[in-house]
Design a protein around this ligand. Sequence first.
Ligand code: GZL
Ligand code: ZN
Length: 328
Amino acid sequence: MNKKMIAVLGCSALAASMFSMTAMAEELTTVGYAQVGHESDWRTANTQNYQDVFSNENGYELSFVDCDNDHQAQLEAVRNFINQELDYIIIAPIQSAGWDTVLQEAQDAGIPVIIADREIEADASMYDAWVGTAPKDEGVTAGNWLAEYLDGAEANILVIEGSVGASAALGRSEGFNQVAEEHEEWTILDSQSGDFTQAGGQEVMESYIKSYEGQFNVVVCQNDNEAYGAMDAMDAAGITYGVDGDVVLISYDATHDGLQYTLDGKINCDVECNPIQAEIVKGVIEQMEAGEEYPETTLVEDEAFVAPGIESEYATTMTQEILDGRAY
Ligand code: GZL
Ligand code: ZN
């Protein structure tokens, strides 16, 4: 076969592969995900889940933006998705407020928007679907479990909140406070934001120990990473916590490490918030693509876990089998 033949064959093979790539590219559904950031293990698991589910193999081109816990950066990411004329936009809102304008812009551009994980303060007509968890219910579960565990005993409580303005933090506080109001033997001594990070949890706990040492017997951390920071601070101060400690430690998220600490009795109660949500969101998008009816709201189920030796009507007692079987 002469060189010219090979050159022609080469070009046609190249053209064929280009065509199939182009055809592939045209078939891919383009999705933008404006992610909160990378503040916690929960967030890492949620991000990985989206990258696994919205893959090219599954027919998607995912534009993923880590908005680094910055609301303005998140608005900009959404505006860029609009300018790129993506097929769908998914937003995990850093804060609940401040979404009306950009949601209107997406609606004017005819791009469906799905709000995921957290809630926003916007009329439901401003977006197309919501998939997430119920932070207020999580807060009520934490409060109900504490009341069951204390059985009337006095509680002097320190709360390390999540990120300021995040529905996950607002909801957990609202739910827990609702239960606390039913117990005049409970006092919430202080409640400050640790920004859902381990460093934030440690910093707030260190300041709490300076202000309230010897006065508190319950610490509520609004996510596992804050709990790890609070544990470091209490260790450094010689304050004991957990099933055999002086302080009852409650956390949220029930990530793998959080449940390991719960199994070890270091965390008394860990209220789950499930980050594995991408498959559900993909299902909604597929129904939208097919022009089918789709659920406008989908609640991702949560449960709660407690340390071995604790029996509860609100939570499951941790075992090694449960830990080994967890998806994240
Ligand atoms: C909860 C989620 C929260 C987690 C934190 O739905 O938005 O954000 O509780 C994460 O760990 O940072
Ligand atoms: Zn009571």
